[in-house]
Design a protein around this ligand. Structure first.
Ligand code: ADP
Ligand code: TRP
Length: 323
């Protein structure tokens, strides 16, 4: 079974990215044909500084390698290294109804946050469909916020198949069952575009400061508290087993627990969880030749499939006009 997903290198990768996507991709690698890539064309919709984009791309590659992506067991590349995707993007966009894109929540959310949309932000789901369909991917592990985009890819695949004959595999989203949208430090969705993230690999002082800055209500220590309404608890839960969740839930409900104490504990859990990966990251980041070699191999593997699928599409729609 072919599993595919990507991540934007538009900032440091964070806990929402890790639990909803990266961790699950690494698990899929053991029993699926995993395709994982860093979507730098997508990041262009928001990043305007070339150095930030370059650095973000390499950092995301190193993060994935440190967390366990094995380039021998998977196909791992940078999106712009296989530029066939932009050609398919155009072809698919000519089949995509405007209404399908106008209904997308993520576009509407960005507008409501005051972000001025460029055409790329609006048309983004078409490029995402091209990413998926170009590689015949079947299962797409993403967080809940991306479910609708995978459904757009499904709609486009079905429309293409109905118009030109059976061509694309119709993909399915794989959404984590027990992980809702991870809240950011301000309580809205944790996202690189909202400046409210807890980065996986930031240094200790920054991590502590960020966690201590998570927004809570102003209840006093002795007050009874609502765990499920608390951003700190909702993040902490990601690191706890069932009995630990029960322990902290009871303490919230009983009163006598200050937010400062939970935040301090959350900081310790995050730090301890990523510590072994941090050491591995340090080693990998010093070996840039290895990193480029991995990406060269990934590009070759991905390109082979991309060229075959794109040729088939071009034949079916009449772009191969010579006879
Ligand atoms: P961001 O919104 O930070 O730019 P991406 O759009 O690159 O993140 O998302 C990469 C993956 O991480 C996607 O599968 C997305 O659904 C998931 N993801 C991002 N933020 C969250 C979050 N706060 N909670 C759950 N999943 C998330
Ligand atoms: N749009 C996704 C996000 O922001 C990233 C992405 C781009 C993606 N292309 C993809 C995810 C293809 C899955 C499959 O999170």
């Amino acid at each position: 079974m072919r599993i595919l997903s990507g991540i934007q290198p538009s900032g440091d990768l964070h806990l929402g990215n890790y639990f909803a996507m990266m961790k699950r991709m690494i698990e899929w690698q053991e029993n699926g044909d995993l395709f994982c890539f860093i979507v730098n064309y997508h990041a262009l919709t928001s990043v305007r500084d070339k150095n930030i984009l370059k650095k973000g791309t390499i950092n995301a590659v190193i993060d994935f390698l440190a967390l366990g992506i094995n380039p021998e067991k998977s196909t791992f590349w940078v999106q712009s290294d296989v530029s066939e995707v932009t050609e398919l993007n155009w072809i698919l966009s000519t089949l995509t109804p405007m209404g399908l894109l106008e209904r997308c929540h993520s576009y509407k959310d960005k507008i409501s946050k005051g972000i001025t949309p460029n055409h790329g932000v609006f048309a983004y789901p078409v490029l995402m469909a091209a990413d998926i369909l170009l590689f015949n991917a079947e299962v797409i592990p993403v967080g809940k916020d991306q479910k609708q985009h995978v459904e757009v890819a499904r709609d486009i695949a079905i429309k293409f198949n109905n118009t030109y004959g059976e061509t694309f595999v119709v993909p399915k989203p794989d959404i984590p069952k027990n992980i809702a949208t991870v809240p950011g430090t301000d309580g809205s969705k944790m996202s690189k575009s909202y400046g409210n993230t807890i980065s996986i690999f930031c240094d200790e002082k920054v991590l502590k400061k960020t966690v201590m800055g998570i927004v809570t209500d102003s209840k006093a220590v002795e007050d009874k508290k609502e765990p499920d309404q608390c951003n700190v608890f909702n993040i902490l839960k990601l690191f706890l087993d069932d009995s630990e969740i029960k322990y902290w839930r009871d303490r919230y409900i009983s009163g006598g627990l200050g937010y400062g104490e939970v935040k301090k504990y959350l900081f310790e859990r995050i730090w301890a969880y990523f510590l072994p990966y941090r050491d591995r990251r340090e080693k990998i980041s010093k070996n840039i030749d290895y990193i480029f070699e991995v990406l060269d191999t990934g590009r070759e593997k991905a390109k082979k499939i991309a060229v075959t699928v794109l040729d088939d599409v071009k034949t079916k729609i009449g772009l191969d006009y010579r006879y």
